[in-house]
Design a protein around this ligand. Structure first.
Ligand SMILES: Cc1cc2nc3c(=O)[nH]c(=O)nc-3n(C[C@H](O)[C@H](O)[C@H](O)COP(=O)(O)OP(=O)(O)OC[C@H]3O[C@@H](n4cnc5c(N)ncnc54)[C@H](O)[C@@H]3O)c2cc1C
Length: 454
């Protein structure tokens, strides 16, 4: 951008916003630049959430004649290559978000590629035999990230009001001082400049857009890594069941992919993750089977409680997990963290997905919460067709509504992570008993189920 401004002889009037402006103290010294390309919406980040935002906004009636630009710094387009086996990154897609993807025409594309539905999930732990299971038809869908992204991109490419630029990183942003008169100005690494009525930061957990907004962020790392890989089992009768066992070092989950294959998401302390990644395939498979099937080590007070619950017919017992016999392909690990931005909006700007909030994968909700944010934004824009794009009142209502939904969920997921990380007897007893009770209370169980599937 500085190159462009120098060409225009105005470099001194534009501060490099790599040193982000504060939301509360906007960059008063900046003068307005007239960039070459005007857009109505610019979306930074073409991951799951940015792609979904591009399609959902482009299909919104009131935006039919608006111009949307979708940018991603990565040159490589997502693609579906079935001959290479399953992608390591999969998500548990909720029923509510499957319906959303269906409404925007993406589910039909996903169906031509690959997905797998499941009807039951077991949750249990290694310090108690109390188990909780949820059943619904379907409980959710296991879909590879690249399948969803490919489907979204295929649709986006066919929409007349969406331009896509890949291999294009945003590295400068000028937020408007006076929102009623000014646009957001966005500088790209190529030197091009665009301006927009609404900027969407869907640029992931290390969001540059969020840094420019200068919003306080509550964040921490869990000292856990999520190991992911595809596992094979000869048991073909467990294809519609997902499993998650909480170990003191973190949860291990098997998500069914069909045909005896399971996606493993094994969250464990970083030192254990390094050790597991260095094991031979046979050793790794043995450790995974052990983590899933080893009998619980139950502290005495919890064992006493379990005896009472068994007597009262309260208990559900741990499931027999499918025996794993091989790894298909590679293993990878990802650092796990929590973050929540105090603001999801700024002047003519919105944060979506991991840019706004990041959660532990134990509830399979990260991308799902991001998709809900996309739906909320489209809803508020469609309900206010008389207001300008980027209007503060609309964005403010969107933010309040989304934060009311997201904050309790983030607290719940983080609370679960912490509750299951301890082996102290009173906590083990409390969670074990709590689980047993919830499992016997249909109204409570159904309300948890409804939220998990929404
Ligand atoms: C092990 C694991 C398991 C998970 N399981 C689930 C699950 O079962 N269910 C679920 O809902 N969620 C799950 N998640 C979370 C989910 O993967 C994330 O929430 C989701 O991928 C976030 O999507 P996003 O589009 O917000 O961000 P990202 O996927 O991070 O995409 C951000 C995009 O922005 C681009 N970008 C970044 N900076 C710039 C820039 N300056 N200019 C241009 N482009 C830029 C990047 O190239 C990238 O493509 C899991 C996460 C992990 C780690």
């Amino acid at each position: 951008m500085m190159r462009l401004l120098r060409r225009l002889g105005r470099a001194d009037t534009f501060r490099n916003i790599s040193q982000p402006c504060s939301l509360r103290q906007p960059c008063a010294s900046l003068s307005v630049v007239h960039p070459a390309v005007p857009y109505d919406v610019v979306i930074v980040g073409g991951g799951l959430v940015g792609n979904a935002a591009a399609v959902a906004l482009a299909l919104e009636e009131s935006l039919e004649n608006k111009r949307i630009l979708l940018l991603d710094q990565s040159e490589k387009e997502p693609s579906f290559e079935p001959e290479k086996g399953f992608n390591l990154r999969v998500i548990n897609l909720t029923v509510g978000n499957q319906e959303f993807l269906d409404r925007i025409g993406v589910w039909d594309r996903i169906k031509t590629m690959r997905h797998h539905s499941y009807n039951k999930i077991y949750n249990w732990e290694s310090s108690s035999n109390h188990t909780i299971s949820f059943t619904a038809e379907p409980m959710g869908y296991i879909v590879e990230n690249n399948v969803i992204e490919t489907g979204l991109l295929e649709i986006a490419k066919n929409l007349h009001n969406v331009d896509i630029r890949r291999g294009e990183a945003v590295n400068e942003i000028k937020l408007p001082l006076d929102q009623s008169k000014e646009q957001v100005v966005v500088g790209l690494e190529s030197g091009d400049v665009v301006e927009t009525s609404l900027l969407i930061g869907a640029d992931g957990a290390n969001s540059y857009v969020r840094k420019v907004l200068d919003s306080p962020v509550l964040s921490w790392m869990y000292d856990q890594q999520g190991i992911v890989c595809t596992l094979r089992s000869p048991c073909l009768d467990k294809d519609d069941v997902a499993y998650q066992r909480f170990l003191s070092s973190g949860p291990i989950a098997l998500l069914p992919l069909g045909g005896g294959l399971f996606s493993l998401v094994w969250s464990c302390r970083s030192n254990i993750a390094t050790e597991l990644m260095n094991l031979s395939e046979e050793e790794f498979v043995a450790r995974a089977n052990n983590a899933l099937q080893k009998p619980a080590v139950v502290p005495a007070p919890v064992a006493a409680m379990e005896t009472v619950s068994d007597y009262l017919g309260f208990s559900e017992h741990p499931p027999q997990t499918p025996l794993i016999t091989a790894i298909e392909g590679a293993r990878a690990k990802f650092p796990l963290g929590f973050s929540n931005s105090a603001r999801y909006i700024g002047p003519r700007t919105v944060l979506l997905g991991d840019a706004a909030h990041r959660v532990h994968p134990l509830a399979g909700q990260g991308a799902n919460i991001g998709f809900r944010g996309v739906q909320q934004l489209v809803k508020y824009i469609s309900e206010n067709p008389h207001r300008q794009l980027g209007d503060f009142r609309v964005l403010n209502s969107f933010e309040s509504s989304l934060q009311r939904q997201v904050t309790p969920m983030l607290c719940f997921i983080d609370g679960m992570q912490k509750l299951y990380s301890t082996t102290l007897d009173p906590f083990v007893a409390a969670r074990s008993y709590g689980l047993g009770v919830i499992n016997q209370l249909p109204f409570l169980k159904n309300s948890i189920l409804d939220r998990a599937r929404s």
